[in-house]
Structure formats: structure tokens, C-alpha cells
Design a protein around this ligand. Sequence first.
Ligand code: FES
Length: 407
Amino acid sequence: MSGIKVKGFFQDVTGVNRIVKAREESFKEASSVNSQTDPVRALADAIHPDRQVFTVTKVYEASPTARTFRFEPENGHIAPFQCGQYVNFYLTIGSSKVTRAYSISSAPYQARGEKPFFEITIRRNRPYFVPDWFFESVKEGSKVTAALPFSQFYYEPLRDSDHIMALAGGSGITPFASMAKEIAYESTHDDAPYQTLKNVDLTILYGSVKHTDIVCGDQIEEARKQAPDQIHVVHVMSDDPEWEGEKGFVTREIMEKYSTPDMTYFFCGPLPMFNMVKKNLTEMGVPEKRFRHDAIAQPSNVKMIPGFPEDQVGKTYQLTVMRGIQKDVIPAKADEPVAVALERAAIPVDTHCRAGECGFCRSQLLKGSIFVSPLGDGRREMDKEMGWFHACSSYPTSDLTIKIPII
Ligand code: FES
């Protein structure tokens, strides 16, 4: 029941009269000049600022090749988020200005209270531009600008079953580390203000090559110990002779072994695993509405993108970029998304998901032709007709002229 208290007919009616009178008084005192500030908008902006500056307060190992970075806000507030959502960083690396999104690996409850923080966990198992920068340049005391939260990849009790199978590969475990921590907290704190995941039963099926590749293993184990009836973790090793648990890939047999009939399946991981999991679920007869997945990043090997025109591999085109009255002409490789060509030329482009879904990198094609990856074609029909495309998931197949927003 709500906290509304009925005092009795006459008292309640008198109460309403008092409010009406107070309202009339405030009208009398009001300025004759229109207020330019919308208090609701101002409140929403304060709770969900566009960008915030954060200080790195802790860096620790999450596996032999992965690190967890903790961020605390300068103004003491972190925009509320849900397990599975990501934060977008605005970085200056050398002469390049880039944006990169990382799933939050800490729990929502940790972003509230006296000393709020959030964490991301980055794996670097081979040289890579942004992970290299995080590992080599980001230390305790470093400042970064970021915005959060983004993405539709989170548990929604009105839509999803409270029996969840989390299917993860590599660093795709991070959203589920967040979920496990939140479940552990809510199940051990009856006074938790939000009880979003209190009744959720989470089975994590985590595919790795070797046990040393497990990311956030200790963090998840700590959560599992706090809520052993709700959190179940199954590791599957594809190439680890010493491993005594499940071996091989995350096959249909393994998924069926740990499934219950009413599960919702969440997936986060690399493209080959996504394809396998999707096929398994289809064969298992699981309806699409019970399969939810994070944005699928475009693979660096374009040959893995269905329909990619292979004769384009190795070609370079001329990209003419219009920004307001400014015009730049830069090279663009046919096997790299247009957004990467812009970043290489230090032309700022706003990207969040980098998977064709969010629309932040929306640009207009004025001349030329592109290949749009079917793995992430989140364009609306009207956008397609008007020549808009998402630079993060589109590849040049000729010289191009494009128009991009100024940021
Ligand atoms: S960054 Fe999300 S659609 Fe391009």
C-alpha cells in the first residue's frame, strides 16, 4: 500500500482547500517575466548529466591480462545505471580524439551512498589502441571525462524471466559481474532501497580458452559465496587439458544441461560465440523474445561480416568530410568502418555502441557508396531513404563525400 493516509472526508477536503489557497498566493507573487528554466529539465540534467569528470581511485588485476579501473565522480554524484549498461569515455590519445564504451563491471548499489564509484574491466590480450592506452597511461589520480549510462541490455522484470542464463565469452563477462554483485548485495541487505534483482536466479555459463583467461573470476566468486542459492557459475574451457570442469565450446548440450524451461538468455561476447549461441537457441526452440544480447562489435576481420564484398579488402578510398563550412579530404580503408577513418584523421566523431545501434555516429552520405554491416544496422527506414548511415558500422566501397555533425 502507498503511504497516503485518509484522515476523514472533512479534514481531507479542508486540506485540498489549503493547497488551492497556497497556489493562488504563489500566483500573486509570481514574476510577470517568463522563467527560462524548466525545473524538471534542470533536475533531469542534474541526475543524468551529459558528461562528467571522474578521477581514477583504484586499479587492480582482474586476471593475468585484465585490469579493473575504479572511477569516482568529482561532484559526488553518478548517474543511476542498471547492470549491463555501459559508460562512454571521451579520450584524447596522442593527437586523436576518440570515444570508447565499456560495460560497467561494478554494481549499481556501489554508485550510491557516501563514496560512490563505478568500475570497468578491460582485457588486453593483444596490442590494441584504447586498451593499450588504459593499461599504460591510466593510473590512480588520472582524470577522465565520461557519460553514462547507455544501452537497453539490462534485466527488466516486466519483460524477462527471473531465471536468467548469462552466456559470456572473454571480457563479455563484465555485465554479469555487475549483476552478480547486485544480486549478492540485495539478497544480504533487506534494507536495500532498490530490490530489482532480489528474486533473480542467475546461472553464468562462461566460455574461456584456459582458466587463466577468466576475467573477474574472484569478483564473481565473492558474490556467489554471498548468494549461493541465487548465483551459479559454470566455466567452460575450450583448450585447457588440466581443467576438470566443463570442456569444449558452449554447445547446445551444455546450454540444455544448465537451462530451466522458462529462462531468459542474456549474451555478451565475441561474434563467433554469438553465432553459436544464437544457433543453439534456435535449435532448442527458444523464442527470440527470450534472447537478449549486448551490442555486437564489428569484427576486425571484415571477412567475418556476412555479405562483406571481399574484392574490397585492401583498397583505400578518398573520403571528403563536410563539417559546417569545413571540408577535409582524408584516406579511408575499405575494410575499416568510416568512423575509424575519421578517428585516424583526428576528426571528432561521437560514438557510443560502435555497433550500429545507438545512432550517435549518424552521418549523411552525400556522394558514393557504402557497405552497411548487417550485424548492426540500426538505421530507421526514413534514415535509409534520406541517406543517413552509421559511421561505426559502414564501410566505403567507393570515394565518398559525407556530412557529419560538429561536436
Ligand atoms: S556508435 Fe552507436 S551507431 Fe555508431
